[in-house]
Design a protein around this ligand. Structure first.
Ligand SMILES: [Zn+2]
Length: 95
């Protein structure tokens, strides 16, 4: 039962950022759980309206904090690509 409070997980850069600890620091599952709940609350990530599908695994992977406004449109295909992108991810045209 006390396994949840044992500090047995190394926080990588992502986990450390979410939990507000130093990268490489040992954290417990209880801390991770608390930290995630806090993070979700702070970022207002919790779905409030019913009927929406649960997050797909891909969406979870992309849940790392990004500045969503930091994108531009491809000159050629109008796809949304990272602002600093040199080539379009979709059509490969240089920007
Ligand atoms: Zn394109």
């Amino acid at each position: 039962m006390s396994g949840l409070t044992k500090k047995i997980v190394y926080a990588d850069n992502v986990l450390a950022r979410i939990l507000g600890v130093t990268e490489g620091e040992l954290v417990s599952y209880a801390q991770i759980s608390q930290g995630l709940h806090r993070y979700i609350k702070e970022k207002d990530l919790k779905r409030t309206s019913a009927g929406l599908p649960p997050m797909t695994p891909q969406a979870v992977q992309e849940a790392e904090p990004v500045i969503s406004s930091n994108v531009k449109r491809c000159k050629s295909c109008d796809a949304e690509i990272p602002f600093e992108a040199v080539f379009c991810d979709l059509c490969g045209v240089s920007q």
